[in-house]
Write a protein of this length. Sequence first.
Length: 155
Amino acid sequence: MNSTVEDVTIKEDIGYEAVMGIIDRYIGYKVNWETIQKLDIIGLDEISLKKGHKNFVTIVSGRIGENTIILSVLKDRKKATVKRFLKTIPKRLRRNVVAICSDMYEGFINAAKKVFGKNIIVIDRFHVAKLYREGLDKLRKKELKCLKEKLSEEE
């Protein structure tokens, strides 16, 4: 989690090609929808394959009852790619999806809106909390600066 392929090569002491081979063998790029009876929540997130590079893939996960599974790894994080994947979900499963959880990346949000409508999108709590903290910290710094200008050192 939260690691690039390069991070994994260092942590596990194996080569980059070995990690990519594992990804290719064990993570499907196409979903066998017949094996999935019900899909409650879909998660969309991206990871960078290499630090400092714009080489992103999209991880599509699914919440099925109590289990979370990786449905697919998409080749990039473009809106068109994500939208195309979401359209492959059979209508019988799409009807049961109660939420699509994503970060605030517009490509994911707009792709999900096109396929599922806007009332089903949920921004993940980690990104919301991060924005909240950033806003609060800016306000705190601004108020502290204002107080320092108005009050004496003693006050």
